[in-house]
Design a protein around this ligand. Structure first.
Ligand SMILES: C[S@@+](CC[C@H](N)C(=O)[O-])C[C@H]1O[C@@H](n2cnc3c(N)ncnc32)[C@H](O)[C@@H]1O
Length: 348
């Protein structure tokens, strides 16, 4: 059998995935998309190189690659190339855009690149490689992250980026307006909480996370609605959880094994007011595990540094049901999905 055009395309793309990430992250890091957004039009490669302090040759190659990746557009005038941002670059790759994903891209190209070197070992051994990745004997990835200010900053900023793109979709997946006291368990920064209170102005959100994480999040919280976002530090497995009528668990359960998920959900169920609920935000696997690709990618990343896994809706429903939550509902999103369960009202 001969290699078809489609096979060649797939092969090439997968062979070069690593360098594609790096091309995008390098252009972000050097400020190419910011300069082109500010300029509001097209600039020559020589001018871009000069204004960003790079070599002309290197910048020209980078710009051409970005055009092929549909991150930039190029127009020829008098045989010279002039470059401008695509809509995608203006929206997601310029640092000044409110929906910028640059911090996630930076995290991905540095931290995930380092982790990925241990993938073969993780697959062989069937266990995560956090001590090797972080160069310590500490197995818990979150303790490793929060023990370094620099690492914590990169991680927290990276996680926060998602909410400017997907926050409103996830938060509006169900009508949550009846809940006024909300706790974002393992919330990280205030990025999700800010989106939440903008849609539900009558609610307050408490971000519950590890002490170092909360400390940093508090320092960097610049919400004008400060009184509606609170912070509480603690360990969600060993400490009491604040009482609330809605608990958010965004990208938390996929970090945990089934046993720990059940312990955490049961704890939330017990702390939850009657009639309250829990909202899980995850990229949910299809029932036949055929996709989506994003869920399989997260599965691999999680396997590298944590004991968790991605799950199907049936698997999340089983865990929610075992903890006591009822009426489980699901809403598929463009990237992050919402699973919602309720605690019954006490009836006499
Ligand atoms: C993948 S991040 C998700 C952050 C946030 N929910 C989001 O989606 O942007 C997981 C979060 O859980 C927190 N976390 C992990 N273990 C924890 C524990 N035992 N107690 C409290 N928070 C914990 C981490 O510090 C981190 O902020």
């Amino acid at each position: 059998m001969d290699c078809t055009e489609e096979m060649v395309k797939i092969l090439f793309q997968h062979q070069h995935g690593l360098i594609i990430t790096r091309i995008m992250s390098t252009a972000c890091e050097l400020g190419v998309f910011d300069l082109l957004l500010e300029s509001g039009g097209f600039l020559s490669s020589a001018e871009i190189a000069e204004r960003l302090g790079t070599s002309h040759m290197g910048m020209e190659k980078l710009l051409e690659a970005c055009v092929s990746l549909k991150l930039l557009r190029m127009e020829k005038k008098d045989n010279e190339g002039f470059y401008g941002n695509t809509d995608l670059a203006n929206l997601c790759l310029a640092k000044s855009s409110p929906k910028s994903q640059c911090q996630y891209i930076q995290f991905y190209s540095e931290f995930v690149y380092t982790c990925s070197q241990y993938l073969t070992k993780a697959v062989r051994e069937g266990k995560h490689q956090a001590p090797l990745v972080f160069g310590t004997s500490e197995k818990n990835m979150y303790i490793n992250i929060s023990s370094s200010e620099e690492r914590l900053e990169v991680f927290q900023n990276a996680m926060g980026d998602a909410w400017s793109l997907y926050g409103q979709e996830v938060i509006s997946a169900f009508d949550l307006s009846c809940f006024h006291v909300v706790c974002d368990v393992g919330g990280g920064s205030d990025a999700f909480a800010k989106q939440y209170i903008s849609l539900y102005p009558n609610s307050t959100v408490t971000i519950f996370d590890l002490p170092e994480v909360v400390e940093r999040a508090k320092k960097h919280s610049v919400s004008s609605e400060e009184h509606r976002i609170n912070f509480q530090s603690g360990d969600f497995l060993n400490d009491a959880i604040p009482e609330a009528d809605l608990y958010i668990l965004a990208r938390v359960l996929h970090c945990l094994n089934d046993e720990t998920c059940l312990a955490l959900l049961t704890k939330l169920y017990n702390a939850c007011k009657p009639g309250g609920g829990v909202l899980l935000v995850e990229t949910v696997l299809n029932e036949d595990r055929s996709g989506p690709l994003a869920a399989h990618i997260y599965s691999i990343l999680v396997m590298l540094v944590l004991e968790g896994k991605e799950r199907t809706l049936s698997e999340y429903s089983t865990l929610l049901g075992a903890a006591g939550f009822k009426d489980v509902q699901f809403k598929k999103g463009r990237h992050l999905d919402a699973v919602y369960g309720r605690k019954e009202n006490i009836s006499f």
